[in-house]
Structure formats: structure tokens, C-alpha cells
Design a protein around this ligand. Structure first.
Ligand SMILES: Nc1ncnc2c1ncn2[C@@H]1O[C@H](COP(=O)(O)OP(=O)(O)OP(=O)(O)O)[C@@H](O)[C@H]1O
Ligand SMILES: C[C@@](O)(CCO)CC(=O)[O-]
Length: 544
């Protein structure tokens, strides 16, 4: 296959659909330069969307970079990427990334295609790329420097990371003949909070480009599990390349969970080989409290801190990393044992203890932060659950696995003395005999403690998120049309302008068809028209 003919031009790849209303470019919303204000989308090519979830690392962050296993699970916060096609006369590719106040347009004809298709450099959609090519990064240099040249250095860094991730994948997978496009990205995942926002955007970019070059089949009904796995693997390999452009030295756990969804045991001992990924179907849907310190930090920097500690104190650091690996193994052993009962307080306490130990070890590695310790202090004081930092640390988020109904006695302020029901066995067995009224009293008490805690966290400037663990991975809405419950001809097209105008998480979710029935502490999601690769369903219908 020659370098020029491998990727199929999106113009040829996408079947035409009866005239969708041409999307107005988002220029008005972001204040872009005047030429982009005209309606200019290709009338023959409908826009489409992809989306991918964030993740939490439940056990094993940092140690996973050094070859140990980690357990991670997808969450219901997601990134959404909208792809719209321009008429062929516009020889441009545009990124509209409003979450980071970034927009940029490159001329398709001036991008360094030659460098990416030179002999020995060209990569194909099915290749496994395990490191970035310094020559290709050099070739991208001036095109990345052209992004937000006047922005402060801290902002430029963020813009350049996203631009690098996009361009490296775009030039690797697309071709000179690629249809002019606008990529608009919105995410409900807080950035730099340990929830895998970069991985989820890398998965979205990878999936969108692979769809454009027709390198993916499905997702569709009756797709066998092995075929689903192959598609996810293909997306994940290129998402890892995108992650390398942002992080430098990622383990690949974030993009793996974001691409495949649910929960996995992940281990990469040899960076020249694909990681070993074991799906954890038995992973319970644990009630999870997620608190964001709102302290920004860089994953790359936190990973580098551990590498520095390892150079300075090799034996000690190795012992800590090894102990973290043992924490993950212990959790994995329990989760996969035949006797595992996710409703048992003893099993939950085992998982909770491991959370506490894991956090202590991360503190020893120097990747906690006073704000993370403050959150832990506030939550520990209530006795409501087991807390650890998640992701890179240095700020970012803390997760708390909540204990089952605590028989708590408050001191009237909601944070006083309590009796920890899951810390002693006799109590937990007697709990099973509780009458309905006692359970409901206990539930009310738990909610009261949570409400008080939420108020305290809010007072101190922390954000609390409600999320569901172990959801779907990458999804596709093609074309970007929703029927909103009725079968009206045509449905409602989501164009780039509407997408940019959607307000906040709720606005975005409503527009893209994620109807969530949010109750106090539960969430049921319906995603209209979206399709997902779900190997665990082994070919069962996958459409919501
Ligand atoms: N919504 C978004 N729009 C554009 N770029 C984004 C978005 N979310 C993340 N990014 C890119 O990802 C980078 C954040 O990556 P970082 O690893 O620091 O945080 P994270 O992925 O949220 O956390 P972690 O890797 O610890 O889970 C940003 O600097 C930006 O380049
Ligand atoms: C800190 C780390 O282990 C998790 C980041 O979410 C880094 C990685 O695995 O790439």
C-alpha cells in the first residue's frame, strides 16, 4: 500500500445523506476570524460525533508506570467530539476546543505530509506505535508554535499539548486528500483532575480519524465480541499515541479504560508490547464519592517526580511501588474469587482497607497534596468511607468508597461520634437482621452525613461529582442526528454551532441525547442514537 493511498479520503468514505442543513461555523461563538463566519459545511457530508469516558484509577496509579498492575474503571463523565465537513474548496482543518479556550485553523496543503509519509516513517492504522518519532515531532514544531502564540506560557502549554496530540494522529492517519473538516470538542470531565480527560480526548480523536478513513467496522448489532475487541484495540493503539503527545510517558491505562469502558486490570511490563488488559466483569458498581481539589497539576510532572525519587532512593522507592502492586493484586484476587459477594460488608471492608493503604503509599511517593489531605481529613472525620487520591495526584481528585449503612450517632452537627458498621463483623451480621425501619433510619442518617459533608467541602472550595462507575467506552453517533423520542423525518441535526452554544454539562448532555434521570444519589442514563462497542455483550443489540 502506498503512503498516499492507504487512508481513504473521507469524502469518498462517508455515504451521502439527503441534504442536512449546513452547519453554521462556530466562529461567532468563539470570536474567530471573519472568513469562518460564513456557512461553509459540505452539503453532502453529514456531521458525526464520537464520545469517550473519563476514568478513575481505583488501585495502582504511578506503580503502573513502572510495570505493576492497576485497576481502573470508566466513569459517566465523558468527552464529546463533533466532526463536520467543509466544502472541498476550503483546504483547511480547524480545531474548536472551547473548554481550554483554544481554536486554530491550519491550511491542509501546508501541513508536513511529506515527513509523515517518508520511507520508514509512514505508519498505518493497524500499526502498533509505542514511541513518538522525534523527527515527526520536529516536523510538527512550527505548526504547533503557530497555535495561540500570544497566550501566557501556562495556557500555551495546554493548547500545544492538545494540538500536538491531534496533529500527530491526523498526519499519521489521514492524507493530503482528506476532506476539509472542523473538529469541535466539549468535555464534562474536569481537566487535570486525575480523571483521564486527556485520554478521553485522545480516544475521541483516534476514533473519529479511524472512522473517517473507514478503518473501523461498526459498532453495529450482532457484532461478535472478538470483532468489537479488535475495533476497540485499534482505537486504543492510536489513542495511546495521542496520550504520549500530551503526557510523555503514559502507562496506557487511562486510554485503555476510556476506549473499552467498564473496569480492567491493566499491566504493561514491556513498553514495546501491548499491555495485558483483563476485563473485570465482576467489578461492583460501588457507591463512589468523587471530590475535586480544583488544584491543577500536570500528570507528566507527577510521573517525573516519582522517577526522580526512584533515581535518588532506588531500593526504597521500588519497595513502595512493589507494595502498591500488592495492593492491586489483593483487590484483584478478591474481585475474581468465586466467593466474592459485592454486598458483603467484609468484602467491602477488604476493598476499603486497600484504598487506605494505597493512599498511604502514594503519600510516601510524594504525590499527594495538602488539599487532598484536607479532603481526606474531612471525610475520615465522618467515618463514611475509605478515601484515596486517584490518578496522578499533586492535586486533582480524591475518591471515597462509601461504607454500607453506617449506624452513626451524630453529635447534632452531623460530624460527631459514630459507630463504624463495617469495621466489626458482629455488627455487620446483625445488620442483616435489621428491620426496614432501622434501615431507613440508617439511610437517612447516611444521607444527612453526606449532606453535611457536601456543604463543608463546598465551603472550602472543593467540587463534588456524582458519577457512575464501570460504564461504556467509546461511542459513535453517526450521523449527528437525534430523533428526540419521535420518529419525525430527518430528526434534529447537531451542528457545531449548537454544540458550542450548549450550556455546561447539562446543556451538552441534553443536546447530545444523554438524558439522565438524576435523583438525589442515583443516575440512570439513556443515550439516544449512540452506539457502543460492547464485547461483554458478545453481539447482542447495542443501541439505546
Ligand atoms: N476538554 C478538553 N479540551 C481540550 N484539551 C483537553 C481537554 N481535556 C484535556 N485536554 C488536554 O489534556 C491535558 C490534561 O491532561 P492531564 O493528564 O494533565 O490531566 P488529566 O488527563 O485530566 O488527568 P490524569 O491523566 O491524571 O487522569 C490538557 O492540558 C489538554 O491538553
Ligand atoms: C499517574 C498515572 O499512573 C495515572 C494517571 O491517571 C500515569 C499513567 O498511568 O500514565
Amino acid at each position: 500500500m502506498s503512503s498516499e493511498d492507504s487512508p481513504v479520503d473521507a469524502t469518498d468514505a462517508m455515504p451521502a445523506r439527503t441534504l442536512p442543513s449546513p452547519p453554521v461555523n462556530a466562529a461567532g461563538v468563539l470570536g474567530l476570524h471573519p472568513p469562518l463566519l460564513r456557512k461553509q459545511s459540505s452539503p453532502m457530508m453529514p456531521p458525526f460525533m464520537v464520545s469517550a469516558p473519563g476514568k478513575v484509577i481505583v488501585y495502582g496509579e504511578h506503580a503502573v508506570v513502572h510495570g505493576k498492575a492497576a485497576i481502573a474503571a470508566a466513569i459517566s463523565l465523558r468527552s464529546y467530539l463533533h466532526v463536520s465537513f467543509l466544502s472541498k474548496s476550503h483546504r483547511t482543518v480547524t480545531l474548536l476546543f472551547p473548554d481550554i479556550q483554544m481554536e486554530h485553523t491550519w491550511s491542509l496543503d501546508h501541513l508536513p505530509w511529506a515527513a509523515f509519509s517518508a520511507p520508514g516513517k509512514k505508519k498505518y492504522y493497524y500499526d502498533l506505535v509505542t514511541s513518538l518519532d522525534p523527527d515527526l515531532l520536529d516536523a510538527l514544531g512550527s505548526h504547533i508554535d503557530a497555535v495561540s502564540p500570544k497566550a501566557p506560557e501556562s495556557i500555551r502549554k495546554i493548547h500545544h499539548a492538545s494540538a500536538r496530540s491531534f496533529l500527530y494522529l491526523f498526519l499519521s492517519l489521514a492524507s493530503r486528500k482528506t476532506a476539509p473538516c472542523t473538529y469541535t470538542l466539549r468535555s464534562t470531565i474536569p481537566i487535570g483532575a486525575g480523571l483521564g480527560s486527556s485520554a478521553s480526548i485522545s480516544v475521541c480523536i483516534s476514533a473519529a480519524l479511524l472512522l473517517q478513513i473507514r478503518a473501523l467496522s461498526g459498532p453495529h448489532q450482532d457484532q461478535p465480541a472478538t470483532e468489537c475487541e479488535l475495533q476497540i484495540e485499534r482505537i486504543n493503539r492510536w489513542a495511546f499515541v495521542g496520550e504520549m503527545c500530551i503526557h510523555g510517558n503514559p502507562s496506557g491505562v487511562d486510554n485503555t479504560v476510556s476506549a473499552g469502558g467498564k473496569a480492567v486490570l491493566f499491566q504493561r511490563k514491556d513498553y514495546n508490547r501491548p499491555p495485558v488488559v483483563t476485563p473485570l466483569h465482576s467489578f461492583p458498581e460501588l457507591p463512589l464519592l468523587l471530590v475535586n481539589t480544583r488544584q491543577s497539576r500536570s500528570t507528566a510532572l507527577e510521573v517525573a517526580k516519582v522517577a526522580t525519587l526512584r533515581s535518588a532512593h532506588p531500593a526504597l522507592t521500588e519497595n513502595i511501588l512493589h507494595a502498591i502492586g500488592q495492593v492491586t493484586e489483593s483487590a484483584h484476587e478478591l474481585l475474581t474469587s468465586k466467593k466474592f459477594d459485592p454486598t458483603s460488608p467484609i468484602a467491602l471492608k477488604h476493598l476499603g482497607d486497600l484504598i487506605t493503604i494505597n493512599h498511604g503509599l502514594l503519600v510516601s511517593l510524594g504525590v499527594s497534596h495538602p488539599k487532598l489531605e484536607r479532603i481526606r481529613e474531612l471525610i475520615d472525620h465522618t467515618g463514611i468511607g475509605w478515601t484515596k487520591l486517584t490518578g496522578a495526584g499533586g492535586g486533582g481528585c480524591a475518591i471515597t468508597i462509601l461504607k454500607p449503612q453506617p449506624t452513626t450517632v451524630t453529635n447534632g452537627h452531623g460530624n460527631g461520634t459514630h459507630h463504624d458498621s463495617s469495621s466489626d463483623e458482629s455488627d455487620s451480621s446483625s445488620e442483616a437482621d435489621c428491620s426496614a425501619s432501622i434501615i431507613s433510619t440508617s439511610t437517612k442518617l447516611k444521607h444527612k452525613i453526606l449532606d453535611n459533608l457536601e456543604a463543608k467541602l463546598e465551603n472550602e472550595g472543593f467540587d463534588k461529582f456524582e458519577t457512575t462507575l464501570a460504564g461504556d467506552g467509546v461511542g459513535v453517533l453517526w450521523p449527528a442526528v437525534l430523533h428526540n423520542g419521535n420518529e419525525e423525518e430527518g430528526g434534529e441535526e447537531i451542528d457545531s454551532e449548537k454544540f458550542l452554544k450548549a450550556e455546561g454539562t447539562e446543556g451538552v448532555e441534553r443536546l447530545v441525547g444523554v438524558a439522565s434521570t438524576r435523583k438525589k444519589r442515583t443516575e440512570i442514563e439513556v443515550r439516544e442514537g449512540w452506539k457502543f462497542w460492547r464485547p461483554w455483550e458478545g453481539g447482542l443489540p447495542q443501541i439505546y
